[in-house]
Design a protein around this ligand. Sequence first.
Ligand code: HGY
Ligand code: MN
Ligand code: MN
Length: 449
Amino acid sequence: MLAPVATSTSVRIDSQRLWTSLMTLAGIGATPKGGVCRLALSELDRQARELFARWAREAGCTLRIDAIGNLFARREGSDPALPAVATGSHIDTQPTGGKFDGNYGVLAGLEVLRTLNDHGVRTVAPIEVCVWTNEEGSRFVPVMMGSGVWAGAFSLEHALSAADREGVTVRQALQAIGQAGPAPAAVADGAPRFGAYFEAHIEQGPVLEASGRTIGVVTGALGQRWYDVVVTGQEAHAGPTPMDLRRDALQAATRLMQQVDAIARAEAPHARGTVGYVDVFPNSRNTIPGRVTFTVDFRHTDDAGLQRMDAALRTAVQALQGARGVQVALEPVVHFPPAPFTPELVARVRAAAERQGLPHQDIVSGAGHDAVYVARQSPTAMIFVPCRDGISHNEIEDASPEHLAAGAQVLLEALLETAGRAGGVDEDRPRAAGPRRDEPRAAPQPGGG
Ligand code: HGY
Ligand code: MN
Ligand code: MN
């Protein structure tokens, strides 16, 4: 990893251009309530990828796409043999997602490249902005899919064969939108590691706003365990069937769902437990439900805690098995332990916030991020900014241009310090006249700057 070079810079990101780019991207999949619904590998995801690719090319980047659809926009440095210093996030959203979850990290990275172009700054190491496939895990499981394949958390085949609730596989969806690329998807198969990776993201919780801080210096992220649960009873008529002869899948499932909440509360304040998806079959008001499918999302600050929650859930399932004439199937679908980020890079983020005079605090991420898997292969850190009322995974998700700009400036500082600065400002480079706000300037060509 490169030793730090510049400790501060007069190279300032363009807040208005960042905001305009965010609002332009948010127009793809915009919802009436002001959010974004852009599911992974959908037509809307394709449109958003195309827009990002156009912007990245206009900024002088080359584009690489791998076999799971991860996109890498590369700005060359003076020493292309060095591992890239990378940033990025995701542009797929929740069904009732917001404008900033993931999108901010990708566009903050692009804004850094545009700003370096504006100032004719060449770095020593190349910089790459990543768009990771299917971070949300809403349409396709596992979550953080593209970064998980890249890091070796699961195989490319495991990811490609994952299917959505309509039975469409990731492989089919990638083909349908033309996003299956030729580059190797896993580090183990030759995908390049990074010299360092920094991801900017909204906090998606209330801590920074409540404490009046602008920057979250993210030290790590909670571990997670996800499950699919199927409770099987027997459909029967709601009228003639006596209460004690019913095999009511929904009544049994709701008891288990209550247990999910109780198991997490028993580990408070270090744990989270959520049932986010429920499907009742046949979902008819006068038929006793014969089958209920639901999801469990457990999180914890330490893996032993996650282990206890797993054991408690299995005990609850066991106790329900056979009771009330139902069968319960529990399938683990995601498990990753808590992820600490790289102290040296975390310190670099903290120092950059301090140099900018930005109020900051250390924080652990409750949300999973691609950085969690990237940290398995490359030195990694994250930068958080507040979001309004701590609300995310909600169409009202909001963040202030000032906070978003501050986070992008900290990102620029961290990237520039880590990638190293190859030379002075290219003074004779004509500074483009005021472009359309989201029209970036081309990168300095190799040999210039
Ligand atoms: O679930 C998460 O934490 C992330 O939004 N995928
Ligand atoms: Mn996210
Ligand atoms: Mn999310």
